[in-house]
Design a protein around this ligand. Structure first.
Ligand code: 13P
Length: 238
């Protein structure tokens, strides 16, 4: 089965010309490209094979919410996926599980697939497997509270300490964690959810994760800005 490769461009690139060029060079089947909001419309018009995603969205579709972008607005630009609860938003913007839960519910209602990001900090990781499992379970339980069973969902496991670290988690540990996440999702009544791994995935280590039966794809930051590296990851996903 072909796996998913999600490109999270984060705050890149600087201008529209570079965004269009990057989109053209990473427009591959089974890729989901998530540019910054300002480039979404033009990237959407550029790509033919990849799908379009956003890095966030607000939970309300109408109302006075300065600076926010609604899922309804994004849908009109052909956005099919929305990253929700990325650790950078949880940390830098103090996004809470309650906010994330509202965003997921709206995405599900609007038939846009949420890519829910969960993962432990370095200090939790250091406390051991049990502490990590408790943290992941807590995040899943709160973030998916009241979300209709059998909703189309993707969960991305991103150990925070692996993001941008230039090395990736030992596969044995992530495989174990992904197994735990699947077990927890099953218990919560969410079966058949795709689970991705994210955190320093690049062309030379993607196969370690993508060859794993239990891992359905990867969420890629830095390497998604390097077309050669990104193409290698997508090739590994076939
Ligand atoms: P890096 O691939 O740069 O470590 O980023 C991972 C990430 O945060 C993707 O959402």
């Amino acid at each position: 089965m072909t796996k998913l490769v999600v490109a999270n461009w984060k705050l890149n690139p600087l201008g529209l010309k570079e965004a269009i060029s990057l989109a053209k060079r990473t427009d591959l089947k089974n890729a989901i490209i998530c540019p910054p909001f300002i480039f979404i419309e033009e990237v959407g018009k550029t790509i033919k094979r990849a799908k379009l995603g956003a890095q966030d969205a607000f939970w309300a579709n109408i109302g006075a919410y300065t600076g926010e972008v609604s899922i309804d607005q994004l849908k009109r630009l052909k956005v099919k996926y929305i990253i929700v609860g990325h650790s950078e938003r949880r940390k830098e913007l103090e996004e809470t599980d309650a906010m994330i839960n509202l965003k997921i519910k709206t995405a599900v209602r609007e038939k846009v697939t949420p890519i829910l990001c969960i993962g432990e900090s370095k200090s939790i990781y250091k406390k051991g497997i049990k502490a990590t499992e408790n943290h992941l379970k807590k995040q899943l339980t709160k973030d998916l509270s009241g979300v209709k069973k059998r909703s189309k969902l993707i969960v991305a496991y991103e150990p925070i300490w692996e993001i941008g670290s230039k090395r990736a988690d030992t596969p044995q540990r992530s495989i174990k964690m992904v197994g735990f996440i699947r077990e927890t999702l099953d218990k919560l009544g969410h079966r058949g959810v795709k689970i991705l791994y994210g955190g320093s995935v690049h062309g030379d280590n993607a196969n370690i994760f993508l060859d794993e039966k239990n891992i359905d794809g990867v969420l890629v930051g830095g390497a998604s800005l390097k077309p050669h590296d990104f193409r290698k990851i997508v090739d590994e996903a076939k």
